[in-house]
Every structure is written in C-alpha cells, then in structure tokens.
Ligand binder design. Structure first.
Ligand SMILES: C[S@@+](CC[C@H](N)C(=O)[O-])C[C@H]1O[C@@H](n2cnc3c(N)ncnc32)[C@H](O)[C@@H]1O
Length: 308
C-alpha cells in the first residue's frame, strides 16, 4: 500500500494536483481512449511529462467535484474509483492521509489502470525529475499492476522529454497506434521559454503531419497560464500574449491542420487549454465524446469551450 510519505517529494505539482486543470485534462485523456477503443487496435500511450502517478490532494476543486451529483458515475469518477479499489484490483488507497486530504490518481495511474483493463496496449512514461521517477517506480510496482508490469515502461536515459521524443519521431520509432501526451508546465508566457516553444513548434508539425498520414494516432498538449489570467485571455480571445510572442499559443495552434485540430478551453479560477490532434475521421466523434464526458464538471466551470 502506498503511504503519504512515499508521494511527497517536493514538487509544484502537489499544490495543483486534482485542480480543474487536471480534472478536465484527465477527462480528455480518458475520452480519447474510449473513442479509440471503438475502433481497431488499442493504443500505445506515451506520456512525456508523467508526473508522480498518484497524488495527495486537498485541492478545493477536487473536493467540490467529488460532491457533484454524477461525479462518481462520470468517466473521471469511475477511473478514480478503479485506481483506488481494494488490491489486487486497484492500489487500495494511501495510508497516513491527514484530515482534508484525498487520494487523486494522476495520468500515469489512470493510464496504467487502462492498460490493466485492456483498453491500452502499453504505457511509456517520461519525467526528467529523479524524485518523481522514484515515485513512479514505486507506483507501477504496486501489486495491482503486476500482471501488466512488462507493459508499463519508465524511460530514464534522457534530458528534456520533448527533445527525446522529437528525435524518436524523426527516427520513425512511433507507429500508427501511438498516442503522445505532452503536459509541460507553463511555457507560453515568458521570453525565456522561446527555445521550448520552438521545440513545441517542431513537435506539433511532426505530430500533425504523421497523424495526417496515419503514421501516428494522436497527440495532445496541455497549456496553462498559471494565475496570469490576463495573459491567458490575450492568447484565448485577443491578439496573443504580448502581441503574439514567437511560437506562442496561437502560433502553435495554427500549425495544426484545422481538420485535425480540437482545442478545449476551460476556466475555474485559472484558464487552461488542451490541443488534441487526431485524424480527420476521428475528430467529430471525439468532440462529441469530450462534450458528453466533461459535462459533469460544467456547473463548476466559468468557461468550457470545445473548438473544433
Ligand atoms: C504537470 S506535471 C505532470 C502531471 C501528470 N501528467 C498528470 O496529469 O497527472 C509535469 C511533470 O513534468 C516533469 N517535467 C517538467 N519538464 C520536463 C521535461 N522537459 N521533460 C520531462 N519531464 C519534465 C516534471 O518533473 C513534472 O513531474
């Protein structure tokens, strides 16, 4: 059983875990898998920013969502319940939690559970923080994942996962069943992040053209502006942050062919956006599914927009 102390190496993720950014992002990941499960072979998921997999959360967004009628039966609620079900079905909860804290399964635990449920063929996890990697090892070694342990891989030999995956894409190491998820910290607001944005420009172009050729299944990028709502609104509704910085949010979105582009924008105190790239024949169905599956959180969000 995981213990609270196993999960708390210092990280800014902890204070955000379970917030509305996480919840909608995770609903999008799960919606994509459900949509892909309606078709051919189950996907191989690659997470470029895996995170800890399991979090101790006391975030007010999570506490509010869990109280919503319909949350427990929602795709997210059911995935969370499955992750913390009694072993050997699930992880069985976290011991030592303090008053007001609840367990929250991050993307890695949810994807690993999807592998276990047979809705994903494999999960490859990257995270450049050694402390986070150690927690990931601990999480995927839990007994509930023993039957699929060989299909859960933590990659260790790299610096920034963006460069690593870009070179893997160039080497043709991904195929038509791979789904790549990028979940970086904020990178669209600072001149200092220009190199990162340029890398994302190349990644978006590579992923979009491969998805168009059906040589890659899907890719997604999560955007956050942190607490800078002014920057978010300039990017979401105006001419772009600071007049549209090079390779900024709007420029990155414009690199995707409109027939393959889905952008989900939402707000609960902070603004978030998720770019999802899928082949044109998948797009309409996925938009409908995201609309349906995110509806549970609608009462709590001041904005939820799915731009197809
Ligand atoms: C927002 S958290 C991930 C949350 C997780 N995907 C989830 O939804 O549960 C971002 C993670 O990315 C890692 N990270 C940040 N920059 C990175 C980079 N350039 N390459 C690989 N990992 C990175 C951090 O260590 C952190 O664990």
């Amino acid at each position: 059983m995981l213990n609270r102390d196993d999960l708390l190496s210092p990280s800014i993720q902890d204070k955000n875990a379970g917030n509305s950014g996480d919840q909608v992002k995770h609903l999008i990941y799960l919606s994509l898998l459900r949509e892909l499960n309606n078709r051919e072979v189950n996907p191989d998921v690659v997470e470029a920013h895996g995170g800890k997999g399991v979090y101790v959360s006391s975030h007010r967004h999570l506490l509010r969502s869990r109280g919503l009628p319909g949350y427990q039966d929602s795709l997210l609620g059911r995935a969370q319940t499955a992750c913390f079900a009694e072993p050997p079905a699930g992880l069985g909860g976290i011991s030592g939690l303090r008053l007001g804290e609840v367990p929250y399964a991050g993307s890695v635990a949810m994807h690993a559970q999807e592998v276990k449920a047979g809705r994903c063929s494999s999960l490859t996890i990257l995270d450049k923080d050694p402390g986070v990697q150690a927690i990931l090892e601990r999480v995927v070694s839990e007994p509930c994942f023993s039957a699929v342990h060989g299909r859960l891989a933590i990659e260790k030999q790299y610096g920034d996962s963006e460069q690593f995956l870009l070179s893997r894409l160039a080497d043709g190491q991904f195929g038509p069943h791979h789904v790549l998820h990028f979940d970086p910290f904020a990178f669209v607001m600072s001149q200092a992040d220009l190199m990162t944005r340029m890398t994302y420009g190349r990644l978006v172009q590579e992923c979009d053209s491969r998805i168009g050729e059906k040589a890659l299944k899907s890719a997604s990028i999560f955007f956050t502006w942190g607490s800078n709502g002014t920057a978010a609104l300039a990017d979401l509704d105006g001419n772009g942050y600071d007049g549209g910085i090079p390779d900024g949010y709007q420029a990155l979105l414009s690199l995707v062919a409109p027939e393959r582009r889905i952008v989900v924008v939402w707000c609960w105190e902070m603004y978030f956006a998720q770019l999802v790239i899928v082949s044109a024949d998948l797009k309409d169905q996925l938009v409908k599914r995201i609309e349906t599956e995110t509806a549970v959180l609608r009462p709590l969000l001041s904005r939820l927009q799915i731009v197809a």
